[in-house]
Design a protein around this ligand. Structure first.
Ligand code: 5RP
Length: 219
C-alpha cells in the first residue's frame, strides 16, 4: 500500500479560533501543517505575515511546510528558518536563480520545495529536480482557498513522477488546491505523496474525522 501524507492548509482555518484549529490538527492524523504566505503581488490576495506564523509555529507540533506565494522569496529565507519552518517552498515563477535559491534554503537548515502554477510545464524542472525535496503542483490558480480542482493536474502528476524516476531523484510530490475525497485516491494512485487540503477539512462538520478519512483511503 502506498502511504501518503495529509497537510491541512491553515489558510482555510477559522482565524477567530486559530489556536483551537491548530490543536485540532495536532490531535488529528494529519502529518504536516501547510502554511500559505501571500504578498498581494505574486497573487491577488494577502494572507498573513511573520507574527501569525510565529504564533502558529509555537503551537504546531508537526512538520511545518511553508508555501511562499511571494515575489523575490530570497529576501526572507533566514526569517522563515528562524520562525521554525521545516520545508520552504518557493514558486518557480517567482525565482530568477532557482538553483541558488534552493541552495540557500538548504543552507538555512530547511528542506527546499518548488511550486508550479497550473500553466507552468513540468519539464522546466528537469535540470534541477535532483536538488528539489518537494514539488508542489498547484491544482488551482494560487491565491485563494475554496477553488475547484483543475483536472489536468492528474497529467502533470504522472509526468512529474516519470521525471523523478528517470533522474533517480527523491523528490516528493505535493498537490495543493481543491483536494477532496473525490480526487484524493486518484491523486495518490497517480504519484502524489502529500495532499494539501484546506476547505475540505476546515469547512467540514468534523475536521478530525475528515483528516482521518483522507488519511485512511487505501490504495
Ligand atoms: O492556497 C491555496 C491556493 O493558493 C490552496 O488552495 C490552499 O492551500 C488549499 O485550500 P483549498 O483546499 O480550499 O483549495
Amino acid at each position: 500500500m502506498k502511504t501518503h501524507k495529509i497537510a491541512p492548509s491553515i489558510l482555510a482555518a477559522d482565524f477567530g479560533n486559530l489556536q483551537r484549529d491548530i490543536e485540532m490538527v495536532n490531535q488529528s492524523e494529519a502529518d504536516w501543517f501547510h502554511i500559505d504566505i501571500m504578498d498581494g503581488v505574486f497573487v491577488p490576495n494577502i494572507s498573513f505575515g511573520m507574527p501569525v506564523l510565529k504564533a502558529i509555529s509555537q503551537h504546531a507540533q508537526k512538520f511545518i511546510d511553508v508555501h511562499l506565494m511571494i515575489v523575490d522569496p530570497d529576501r526572507y529565507i533566514k526569517t522563515f528558518a528562524d520562525l521554525g519552518s521545516n520545508m520552504l517552498t518557493v514558486h518557480y515563477e517567482a525565482c530568477t536563480h532557482l538553483h541558488r535559491t534552493l541552495q540557500a534554503i538548504k543552507a538555512a537548515g530547511m528542506q527546499a520545495g518548488v511550486a508550479l502554477n497550473p500553466h507552468t510545464p513540468i519539464d522546466l524542472l528537469k535540470d534541477v529536480i535532483q536538488d528539489i525535496d518537494l514539488v508542489c503542483v498547484m491544482s488551482v490558480n494560487p491565491g485563494f482557498g475554496g477553488q475547484s480542482f483543475i483536472k489536468n493536474t492528474f497529467n502533470k502528476v504522472a509526468e512529474l513522477k516519470e521525471l523523478i524516476l528517470s533522474k533517480d531523484a527523491d523528490t516528493l510530490i505535493e498537490i495543493d488546491g481543491g483536494v477532496t475525497d473525490k480526487n484524493a485516491k486518484k491523486l495518490v494512485q497517480t504519484g502524489a505523496d502529500i495532499l494539501v487540503a484546506g476547505s475540505f477539512v476546515f469547512k467540514s462538520e468534523e475536521p478530525i474525522e475528515t483528516i482521518k478519512e483522507l488519511k485512511s483511503l487505501s490504495f
